[in-house]
Design a protein around this ligand. Structure first.
Ligand code: 5GP
Ligand code: MN
Length: 335
């Protein structure tokens, strides 16, 4: 991560100044938004609306259907429905994006706005006129919670619900290594503001479509374990998605199955791109390997235990590219 010229406190007050001074805001999500991105975006858009601001949440891809229950959908649209020539916002806020290109088509709407970068990825490039990047935060939702405190925004049940989902999803239900005391304190406060842990856990972790379960079955059939039992790989092709009747966003969570195998340190999940140009690889590690470094070398990014990148070529070629980098690191021998 490039050192940010802003301390967290400076960045928070700078964003407060921008909010006081400006009227229109566009919030940009990353491509294939996850629960943290969607929840953080919907929370901030509703917070800005409650301050009387004009605020719109924009994404390159459609919102995953699993998050349809989140409040604030009316303030969200897809970038493809907006003509950049007819659009201007005073401030563009990038949510959970390691670099501006992660916003995809949304980036065209940022134009000459003031750019604000709110993220928690260790691989964040430090871009933007104001950069609020906290790698120690388990989720961007934690940072938005702090920002709402700085902005003195009342936390409604709707905002609390969105932030709770952001944090619960990026911590895998408060189980991953990124979960800290602060995570529980914030989640506890959000519960006090009306977020319902059981109801939300039920909706995010215990509710699946038939097509996603059928696809999971197909994906698990591709399982390969190698490198002395420390590497597990699964893949999903466009054909498999078509056969299961599943959309790309229904692949979320598949990568955690290979990682859960006893003895596995790194798991890889390859998902074929819709245009057939290559594969998105999701990398996960159990406790030692910093997969964000591997993703960065592939042109992607992420966190030490969860990262991703786009890799061109056939499944065989993409797999070889990732394995070549992994094999360079001395991670398969016991230390
Ligand atoms: P996932 O594997 O669930 O798609 O993503 C895991 C983590 O890596 C997330 O924090 C996500 O933002 C990041 N990530 C996934 N794919 C990419 C990518 O293509 N580029 C970058 N920069 N980050 C990615
Ligand atoms: Mn996140």
């Amino acid at each position: 991560m490039k050192p940010s010229p802003f301390s967290v406190e400076d960045a928070l007050s700078e964003i407060k100044r921008l909010v006081l001074r400006h009227h229109s805001f566009v919030l940009l999500e990353h491509q294939k938004p996850d629960g943290d991105c969607v929840g953080s975006g919907l929370a901030l858009v509703q917070a800005l609306q409650s301050l009387g601001k004009q605020a719109l949440l924009v994404s390159h891809d459609p919102h995953p259907a699993v998050y349809d229950f989140l409040p604030g959908k009316e303030f969200h649209t897809r970038a493809q429905y907006i003509e950049p020539e007819d659009f201007h916002a005073d401030v563009a806020i990038f949510i959970d994006c390691t670099d501006p290109s992660r916003a995809g088509k949304g980036l065209d709407l940022a134009g000459d706005s003031v750019w604000v970068n709110i993220d928690h990825h260790v691989s964040n490039s430090g871009f933007g006129d104001v950069s609020l990047v906290c790698p120690q935060a388990a989720a961007t939702g934690e940072i938005i919670y702090r920002l709402l405190g700085t902005l003195d925004v009342p936390i409604t049940k709707e905002i609390a619900t969105c932030l709770y989902v952001a944090i619960a999803t990026d911590t895998g239900g408060f189980r991953y290594q990124n979960t800290t005391r602060a995570t529980f304190e914030i989640a506890g406060a959000l519960t006090g503001y009306g977020a319902n842990p059981w109801e939300l856990a039920e909706l995010i972790f215990e509710t699946r479509s038939v097509s996603s379960v059928l696809l999971l079955g197909k994906a698990l059939n591709t399982l390969r374990v190698s490198r002395g039992g420390k590497l597990a790989t699964v893949a999903v092709t466009r054909d498999m998605m078509a056969q299961a009747g599943a959309s790309p966003d229904e692949t979320e969570g598949i990568v955690s199955y290979p990682r859960s195998i006893s003895g596995v340190e790194v798991s890889l999940f390859f998902r074929e791109m819709e245009d057939g140009s290559g594969f998105h690889v999701s990398l996960r590690s159990r406790s030692k390997v910093d997969v964000s470094m591997i993703a960065v070398r592939l042109g992607g990014g992420g966190h030490p235990r969860a990262a991703g990148a786009l890799v061109a070529g056939t499944l065989e070629e993409a797999t070889q590219k990732v394995l070549a980098i992994l094999d360079e690191l001395d991670i398969w021998t016991d230390s």
